[in-house]
Design a protein around this ligand. Structure first.
Ligand SMILES: [Zn+2]
Length: 418
């Protein structure tokens, strides 16, 4: 990687994260599994120590450096087998624990950091990039003499002056990957003043040029997964047939994920071919999908329907599309309020305008169109206005707006418990 020189420093920098598949001989996968296990062990041991300290003295040292010191001590006295693994690939998990504690202190309602259960916890660990494990020829050094190949490493050549800043290795459905966050020269996009509004929906994406992008139907695969899961439930846990079914399920899930990613790449290309200025709704997938079940006291309404919607929303993975759009153009986000209820022709806003999920009919001017297309046009109008600041004609919303309700009041900081 070329070093940063004086004149490059003035260049504006931005971040991209690139995912590579890790491949190599069999012993590499064994070592990766061992590393994930060592990381899980360290997390649990450190967490147990923190809890014990708190129970005994009412205090526990959860800062990163004190955890690092504990690691050194622990390795020398109790777990000498840890010295088999490089520090840069095992110690970093403790930084994650420190962050988890800090978040817990700030928001106790999030809950105390939890122990990671074997077989249940995701196999993943962070990498200390300062030990420069990523080689220029696209190999990742796991330890002395053991390298894993980062597949399609050439992709990094798209960016100028990439400098790796952080990395994480993880297993996803039976395959190993590394995600590296690079600092790169920020691309300069010239806003062409055209702008495309994009309305993201379950299973389809509409843009303001009138295109409707459909996601590939994966119902057949989903059905197959359901059948396999039913079959897996009948098998004896840990048996050969159980493992075999599990593997097949993983393969099908991976297939769906790949199809989705491919869809999103194509959609992002089609949209950015029209304009490099992309206008999106700022959607809060978390808030929309959380809490379908509700609590025992206040059970949620339409639990089943909402659960279906949640599956739909998460299944389309909007954030992936957003990432790809950001790679190819400039993404500007707007407030999504009322975009689906306002008429894109005359500006009349009424909840009755939206006749059904797909049909929009204005109650005032009888404008009849596809509901998603209408929303995409509204997003474009609103986005261009806020992007330009001036110059764009802002069509006023005619109906009376209600004040925002449900304003979340910051809760008082509570004393943490252990
Ligand atoms: Zn109208």
């Amino acid at each position: 990687m070329p070093a940063e020189s004086e004149n490059q420093r003035s260049q504006e920098r931005s971040y991209v994260s690139v995912r590579f598949r890790l491949r190599g001989k069999r012993k590499i996968y064994r070592f990766l599994n061992e590393l994930a296990g060592a990381n899980r062990y360290l997390w649990n041991a450190a967490l147990a120590q923190c809890r014990k300290d708190y129970a005994e003295t009412g205090k526990s040292k959860t800062a990163r450096n004190s955890l690092y010191n504990w690691y050194k001590q622990h390795k020398d006295t109790e777990a000498p087998w840890l010295s088999k693994y490089p520090v840069a690939l095992t110690r970093t998990g403790l930084q994650g624990l420190s962050v988890a504690y800090r978040e817990f202190f700030m928001q106790p309602e999030r809950g105390h950091p939890k122990f990671k259960k074997k077989g249940k916890a995701k196999k993943t660990f962070a990498v200390e990039i300062s030990s420069s494990p990523i080689k220029q020829n696209g190999y990742f050094r796991l330890k002395q003499g053991l390298f894993a190949k980062m597949m399609d490493y050439d992709r990094i050549n798209r960016y100028s002056n990439p400098v790796p800043k952080s990395a994480r290795i993880f297993e996803d459905r039976g395959k190993w990957y590394i995600t590296v966050a690079y600092e790169v020269d920020a691309l300069e996009y010239q806003a062409d003043g055209i702008g495309v509004g994009v309305d993201r929906n379950i299973r389809q994406v509409a843009d303001s040029t009138g295109q409707m992008h459909h996601l590939t139907d994966v119902e057949r695969l989903e059905k197959r997964i359901k059948n396999l899961q039913r079959r897996q439930a009948k098998r004896k846990k840990g048996s050969c047939k159980y493992r075999k079914t599990k593997k097949t399920i993983a393969r099908h899930k991976r297939k769906i994920a790949n199809i989705r990613r491919n869809d999103h790449r194509h959609i992002a290309r089609d949209i950015t071919n029209c304009s490099t200025l992309v206008l999106l709704e700022a959607l809060k997938t978390k808030g929309m999908t959380a809490g379908a079940k509700g609590t025992v006291e206040t059970p949620g309404k339409n639990v089943k329907q909402k659960a279906g919607l949640n599956r739909g929303i998460l299944g389309t993975a909007w954030s992936i599309l957003e990432g790809y759009l950001g790679e190819r153009g400039f993404v500007h986000k707007i407030n999504p309020a009322y975009t689906s209820q306002t008429c894109s022709k005359c500006g009349y806003m009424d909840a009755k305008n939206r006749v059904s999920q797909a049909v929009f009919r204005c109650q005032r001017c009888e404008h009849f169109t596809n509901a998603d297309m209408n929303a995409a046009l509204n997003i474009r109008a609103s986005g261009m206005a806020s992007f330009n600041g001036s110059g764009a004609y802002v069509r006023p919303v005619l109906a009376e707006r209600k004040p925002a309700i449900g304003h979340r009041v910051m809760k008082e900081q509570l004393t943490p418990y252990c």
